[in-house]
Write a protein that binds this ligand. Structure first.
Ligand code: SF4
Length: 424
């Protein structure tokens, strides 16, 4: 199988994760059957079922599916109907009882994603979270992240989120000029975004990340570089950059189908991806995962659990869980999720057990999305382990560092394809 060139390829690992949920997921971009590598895991002839990292405390993801408006590019599980908020709170508490027993260890991280968690008023938000303290709790120093829309940020809300225990905030900035924000259907402007970051800092959020979207129609390298430099002026600890993709059923997809909007251009998106790598690493950020950059010590610990084999539990519509090589994913529709919570057994279609081969390929594919790469020993000897590996290194897609294989920025662009060929 050929590795596609960085240019002229359908890019892998790209999906706009708007103030989501990368891995992803949200909850870090996490979607069972539609994860970038999901199509690979049934083909895996890989050598080892073992995760690469020692077991860490499990992560907890909670999905708040409420938004004030629906953005034209967004296919995430969200609703502008706030009527269901009380049911959502009850559902979260019910699902927690179902998924988490009394002997569960404390969580190593909490990620409240959406949707727009910052659009949930304080009282229901508190009710949706209070069981954690009454149950397994969190390990000391656990990373607790809330996603916020800049338009929801004021001193009172920021202080309330801090008081709830959140110590990290992910701000859905998305763009650094008002015309682009309007095109994206966002309900904030740049002045609001800047003020939000300042307010959150003043409230004591020492760990602050922002999301940006690139690959928009007409966006050239100069415009993207201007956006990156303006974003850097906000002094974020973490930056997530997501390439725009067309998701079926969105208004952008309809506009492209009608010919009213150009489709994203993969070559241009690849160029903008590499430009972001250049600008952000030059500014001292580590490009530690396809879409994610962090200052030293500021990698998103929760999201890392999606890539390094740490178990995680997801609560809420569209949330995913992974434990003991079993992955489960919830219905994305709020009413369907609530109905399924009331059923004694979860739908088998939302559950899969990974065998050793599948798990091996998953580790390979996820590892190659990150700056940590994979252990060289994972690449089986044979056709994939010899000439192919040398070719990937010669082509500047992989680096051999001590006993690890590490993707270059260009290699990250084709991480899934590399995993496929390295699996043999
Ligand atoms: S704020 Fe927009 S992009 Fe984010 S989940 Fe809601 S609709 Fe989607």
């Amino acid at each position: 199988m050929d590795i596609p060139s960085v240019k002229n390829s359908r890019l892998t690992g790209f999906a706009v994760r708007p103030n989501l949920a990368d891995p992803g997921t949200k909850g870090g971009d996490v979607r069972g059957p539609s994860w970038p590598w999901a199509s690979l895991i049934h083909e895996m002839p890989g050598p080892s079922p073992h995760p690469e990292s020692p077991e860490k405390s499990p992560g907890l993801y909670i999905h708040a599916p409420f938004c004030v408006t629906k953005c034209p590019y967004c296919a995430f599980a969200s609703t502008v109907d706030r009527e269901g908020m009380a049911s959502w709170v009850l559902g979260i508490r019910r699902e927690a009882r179902q998924r988490i027993d009394g002997s569960a260890p404390p969580f190593g991280s909490l990620y409240l994603g959406g949707g727009t968690p910052s659009a949930v008023p304080l009282a229901p938000l508190t009710d949706a979270l209070s069981w954690i303290e009454d149950g397994p709790g969190l390990v000391p120093g656990a990373e607790c992240t809330i996603e916020v829309n800049p338009g929801d940020v004021d001193p009172a809300s920021s202080n309330a989120w801090r008081a709830l225990g959140f110590n990290r905030v992910s701000v859905g900035v998305q763009a650094m000029d008002d015309a682009t924000l309007a095109f994206l259907g966002r309900r904030h402007d740049v002045v609001t975004a800047r003020a939000a970051v300042q307010t959150l800092r003043q409230a004591g959020f020492l760990n602050l990340g922002i999301d940006l979207i690139y690959g928009l129609p007409g966006q050239d390298a100069r415009a993207w570089e201007r956006a990156l430099q303006a974003a850097l002026a906000l002094a974020p600890d973490h930056v997530s950059c997501y390439g725009l993709t067309l998701e079926p059923g969105t208004r952008f997809a309809d506009a492209v189908a009608r010919g009213d909007m150009p489709a994203p251009d993969d070559e241009r998106v690849a160029d903008l991806f590499l430009l972001a790598d250049h600008v952000l690493t030059d500014a001292g950020y580590e490009h530690y995962e396809v879409s994610n950059y962090a200052l030293p010590g500021r990698r998103a610990r929760h999201n890392a659990s999606y890539w390094d084999g740490t178990p995680y539990i997801g609560l809420g519509p569209a949330a995913h869980s992974f434990r003991d090589d079993v992955r489960e994913w919830n219905a994305g529709n709020l009413a369907t999720w609530l109905d399924e919570l009331a059923a004694p057994e979860r739908a088998p279609a939302r559950r899969e057990r990974l065998d050793a081969r599948q798990r091996g390929l998953e580790i390979l594919a996820l590892g190659l999305r990150t700056r940590d790469g994979i252990a060289a020993a994972r690449v089986a000897p044979g056709p994939a382990g010899d000439g192919t590996l040398s070719r990937l290194i010669d082509e500047g897609l992989l680096l051999s560092r001590k006993s690890r294989l590490v993707p270059t920025p260009r290699g990250m662009l084709v991480a899934d394809a590399m995993a496929r060929v390295l699996a043999g």
